[in-house]
Design a protein around this ligand. Structure first.
Ligand code: SF4
Length: 339
């Protein structure tokens, strides 16, 4: 499932970098629309008369740019900083938070000044020593679909392999992992896969690999010696959710039987904001996502957003279920959190 953009925009300055030049040469002879643009803050030229058209066209648009600005965003609680390599992703998950944060045209952007970004990461590590500094590589993206074009994750994993006090982590739903298996990661990069039941993948995670392919990729990553984790989310309640999630964990167990290492799970139940609900319904008017506020409890978030969570008793039921299932299939596993 390789990402093939329909149009590629190059920021003028990106062509001053080797990666920018290489990408330009790569796409020059391809059947894609190429454009050199000035500022990376104003991307025009992505067509679309309706929200759906704009969204679909943006998801096939690649912007090759230079990351400006010196500072990284913080990334609490799972890491100290975001590591900005890629923004957005060609997947079309109905519930994706990027629909809310990236606006109506969530085009994919890659940064070519990877060495400068890593140099800044090194400065952060130095500033915080002797503390360990953790960087998250998927805070605003899924970085795997563009890796075959940029090689940026591989470069980053090698970089962290040489850091004593820096750790790297990212999460993906994609499976194109072969180029990352033989790197000198030294256990400094945690490779996480986002998985879900077949019902959720088939109904809501459009344009992403099937569960079985993700499990196969996870097994390869585990054999390559990476610390491994899984995000299960969004956890949804539907008619046979327990049976399906149990099946999913059983399959995962079968794929990882010969892996003695510790695995970490992050468990995230489904929640939404009013803004997210409006965005989802404008893009997916027929969505089967459970978005009825009356069936939820309200939670006031730290940035003034009100979130709709499952009610307390439902959350408790889900937590008990996952605790029991994980104990059964992965007795050594760590549950990092359940939210
Ligand atoms: Fe969003 Fe991840 Fe789905 Fe991409 S794969 S659309 S980043 S949820």
């Amino acid at each position: 499932m390789q990402f093939k953009p329909k149009r590629v925009f190059f920021e003028e300055k990106a062509l001053d970098y080797e990666l920018g030049q290489n990408l330009y040469n790569y796409f020059k002879n391809d059947q894609v629309e190429l454009k050199i643009i000035k500022s990376h803050n104003r991307i025009s030229g992505i067509p679309g008369k309706t929200p759906q058209q704009s969204y679909n066209e943006a998801k096939r648009t690649l912007v090759v740019g230079v990351r400006k600005g010196d500072n990284f965003q913080t990334c609490k609680p799972s890491a100290h900083f975001q590591l900005p390599l890629v923004t957005s992703c060609p997947g079309k998950c109905e519930y994706c938070y990027l629909q809310t944060t990236l606006g109506k045209k969530p085009y994919i952007r890659v940064y070519v000044n990877v060495e400068e970004i890593l140099q800044r990461a090194e400065e952060y590590i130095q500033e915080r020593k002797p503390e360990i500094t953790i960087f998250e590589g998927a805070a605003t993206s899924d970085p795997i679909p563009v890796e075959y074009l940029t090689g940026s994750l591989a470069r980053t994993i090698n970089f962290f392999g040489q850091q004593e006090l820096g750790l790297f982590r990212f999460v993906t739903k994609f499976t194109d992992v072969d180029s990352l298996l033989n790197l000198k990661h030294q256990g400094k990069t945690t490779f996480r896969f986002s998985i879900n039941s077949s019902y959720v993948i088939n109904n809501f995670e459009h344009g992403t690999p099937a569960l079985i392919d993700r499990l196969e990729a996870a097994a390869k990553v585990a054999h390559a010696g990476y610390p491994l984790g899984f995000i299960i989310g969004p956890i949804l309640e539907y008619s046979n959710w327990e049976e399906e999630y149990s099946k999913m964990l059983n399959s995962l167990h079968n794929y990882l039987t010969d892996i003695p290492k510790k695995i970490t799970f992050e468990l995230i139940t489904h929640r939404f904001t009013s803004r997210a609900k409006n965005n989802i319904l404008s893009l997916f008017p027929e969505s089967k996502l459970p978005l009825n506020e009356e069936e939820r409890q309200l939670k006031y978030g730290q940035f003034g957003y009100t979130k709709y969570l499952y009610p307390k008793d439902k959350l408790a039921q889900m937590q008990v279920f996952f605790n029991d299932q994980l104990k059964k299939y992965f007795p050594q596993a760590d549950i990092a959190y359940f939210v």
